[in-house]
Ligand binder design. Structure first.
Ligand code: GCU
Length: 420
């Protein structure tokens, strides 16, 4: 009997994880050597800010573009924007709400991106958090005026999302993840976009922003070109273009924040667009803050297999050869320097490798030191719920993979400390 149960268990593990063998054991991490952030590919050492800015930073950025997230195939500015709806008495009269549509067109194709924005009434030129949401702008607040997206949405029985269409059923279902009241009270604005409007999150490049850039007969990006994470990051930079035109927003204080796959996205957006003053990654894991070479929890291979559209084709070459990668994720963090960056983990989120997320901050610190900034001093992960708010911020909180009020409280305090 015992034997049958054991065999059934093994079968289940394999079938549910589809060829995945997930390691959660620190002692089984293969030995590895990280590429050094302050050393060029040719071995030359970097010892000044100008060498970093002129040589190594562009080199690292290019490596991430070519081998991980993918290059954007060209420039595209918004054709126009319009404030489609606004209200000066939103959120119990504490905020101004605006719903702004950005319009893009190229190759006879069009794309609209809807941004939902709240500006605190007590702060007319407000610093602003911006981040994507997973199920539509109408899910983050309980306000009936917030538009429901027309784009493809992932089905979710619990949220009443069927046939990939959002509806009233899901209004307000994610309010617990967005501390909008707290953010407004602290004098910050908050802007959000449904990520599927920029690129629906499925392994298919026929919709979203990608086709606007295709040559005749092209149906997917080239092997070094953008996957979805890069497309989503592009969307954030376009939102930033709009923020620069909105007099209610202090565009020198825009904080880009994202959770999970959208945390990977906020990091890539912060790396590619230095107008973001602060960058926050919440439980971003593999392909985000976690070091790829640790291969614990989700690995590059697992991510590239389950979500082949997130990064570019070239990245798949490294599925079984992460050691050959000329970059690791601490170098992504280093691209934020000298701007404040915050990495947040959750204790029960082993899939995202909290320790690997922390160590990325630690190994990015020498680049911060070059600028006279303070990164992570000790290689030992702090105790739970004991945040570090240096120029590189970090916390591991109790609980699961999620965004909580505790996380937001840290982000607000961190922004207060570093932006003023
Ligand atoms: C999956 C995926 C992660 C990702 C997460 C999310 O768990 O494996 O890489 O971060 O989804 O976005 O929620």
């Amino acid at each position: 009997m015992k034997k049958i149960v054991f065999i059934a268990c093994i079968f289940l593990c394999y079938s549910t994880n589809a060829q995945r063998i997930v390691n959660y054991d620190e002692s089984k991490i293969p030995e590895f050597t990280l590429p050094v952030a302050l050393e060029m590919e040719n071995g030359n050492k970097i010892s000044s800010i100008s060498e970093w800015e002129e040589k190594r930073r562009p080199e690292i950025l290019n490596l991430f573009e070519e081998k991980v997230y993918g290059k954007i195939p060209g420039a595209l500015n918004m054709t126009s924007y319009k404030v489609a709806e606004s209200d000066d008495h939103a959120m119990d009269d504490t905020a101004i709400r605006k719903q702004v549509v950005l319009k893009f067109s190229k190759n006879n194709k069009e794309l609209d991106i809807n941004i939902l924005i709240y500006i605190p009434k007590n702060n007319k030129r407000a610093p602003l958090f911006v981040g994507y949401n997973f199920y539509g702008n109408h899910t983050i607040v309980n306000e009936k005026e917030v538009f429901i997206t027309n784009s493809w949405v992932g089905n979710n029985e619990k949220f009443g999302i069927k046939n990939h269409k959002a509806s009233e059923n899901s209004r307000g279902i994610r309010t617990y993840r967005w501390a909008v009241d707290k953010i407004i009270e602290a004098g910050y604005g908050i802007a959000t976009i449904y990520y599927g409007e920029v690129d629906p999150d499925k392994n298919d490049f026929s919709d979203g922003i990608h086709p606007l850039f295709y040559d005749t007969n092209q149906s997917k990006p080239k092997s070094n070109e953008w996957g979805s994470i890069s497309a989503w990051a592009w969307g954030l930079t376009k939102a930033m273009d709009y923020f620069e035109k909105d007099a209610d927003i202090d565009n020198s204080k825009v904080i880009v924040m994202g959770h999970s796959r959208l945390g990977k996205t906020s990091l890539w957006a912060g790396a590619t667009d230095q107008r973001f003053a602060v960058v926050i990654s919440n439980n971003s894991g593999c392909g985000g803050a976690a070091l790829s070479r640790r291969s614990i929890g989700e690995t590059v291979k697992i991510m590239n297999t389950s979500f082949p559209h997130w990064c570019n084709e070239n990245y798949k070459y490294y599925n079984d050869k992460v050691d050959e990668l000329p970059v690791d994720q601490h170098m992504l963090i280093s691209l934020m320097a000298p701007r404040p960056v915050y990495i947040a983990s959750a204790q029960d989120d082993k899939w995202a490798d909290p320790k690997g997320e922390f160590l990325s901050g630690y190994y990015a610190s020498p680049v911060y030191n070059l600028f006279g900034k303070k990164g992570i001093i000790s290689s030992e992960i702090p105790k739970v719920n004991q945040p570090i708010h240096n120029d590189i911020g970090y916390h591991i909180r109790t609980g699961k993979h999620d965004v909580t009020d505790f996380d937001w409280e840290q982000y607000i305090q961190f922004a207060n400390k570093h932006l003023y």
